[in-house]
Design a protein. Structure first.
Length: 260
């Protein structure tokens, strides 16, 4: 499976601009043969905007932002993972949505592990851990940023059959080691692929550190090229590697959950 990760530069609160840039990147990803395009955390609105501004921008899944992404996906013929502030009743969630290449909404995940006051002052926590959908025969799992730092959640995905775990993120300095060390370790210990896709630039007091990468079930990493056109990392996933690695080091079958 060929995928693309878009390491976007922040333009806070610029929803119209984000959608225009997404349309162009989706077209280029499709031209490069990618079947899936992954974008950063809260990719349509920006992340660190403050609770009041995020509530102003928040929309339900049936709102204009998600409808426009569906049109972009269908126009380009590529599945898209995007984030936005989801309004549901009185709650605002940090959500990510997977849209199929025909524009059909396939899955929506609400961030379950909130990162300190930065998240808790703006969002409610989701209550569904493992959210999956199938794209071109590949089982895709969705989590967001801080979630990947909880090995239990990643392992739960592996046990439920996730082959590619997509992780839109807003990783900021000085936590570079999450991208450099934690993400490859999670991919290796749960023996799946992880597409970890970050911002560059900054919002308010945060400075995002980039480091977008795809980690394989063998722990090896494909980092984004700093000179990559449009911030796109396009890479091929050899999904047969999952079975090979699990046969060589059978972490999942050697588990003894009764001891945990």
């Amino acid at each position: 499976m060929r995928i693309a990760c878009w390491q976007a530069t922040t333009h806070p609160s610029d929803v119209a601009g984000a959608l225009a840039r997404l349309r162009e990147r989706a077209k280029r990803a499709a031209e490069a043969g990618a079947r899936l395009l992954v974008t950063p955390e809260m990719s349509l609105s920006g992340y660190n905007l403050g609770g009041r501004r995020l509530r102003e921008l928040a929309e339900p899944e049936s709102g204009p932002m998600c409808r426009e992404v569906a049109r972009i996906a269908a126009e380009a013929g590529v599945a898209i993972v995007h984030g936005w502030p989801e309004l549901a009743g009185e709650s605002v969630y940090n959500s990510v949505r997977l849209v199929g290449a025909d524009g059909t909404g396939l899955a929506t995940y609400r961030k379950t592990h909130l990162f300190g006051d930065l998240d808790r002052s703006s969002f409610s926590a989701g209550d569904t851990g493992v959210v999956q959908a199938v794209v071109d025969g590949t089982t895709i799992g969705l989590i967001i940023c801080y979630d990947v730092e909880f090995p239990e959640l990643v392992r739960a995905h592996a046990l439920r059959g996730t082959e590619l775990l997509v992780v839109p993120t807003a990783l900021m300095a000085p936590w570079h080691f999450v991208a450099e060390t934690v993400v490859p370790a999670r991919a290796f210990e749960s023996q799946l692929f992880i597409a970890y896709t970050n911002w560059t630039g900054g919002e308010r007091h945060l400075k995002y550190c980039g480091l977008t990468r795809v980690a394989g079930p063998d722990g090896r990493v494909v980092p984004i090229d700093a000179e990559a056109p449009d911030g796109l990392l396009v890479t091929d996933l050899d999904l047969s590697l999952i079975a090979e690695v699990r046969a060589e080091t059978p972490y999942l079958s050697d588990r003894r959950p009764e001891l945990y």
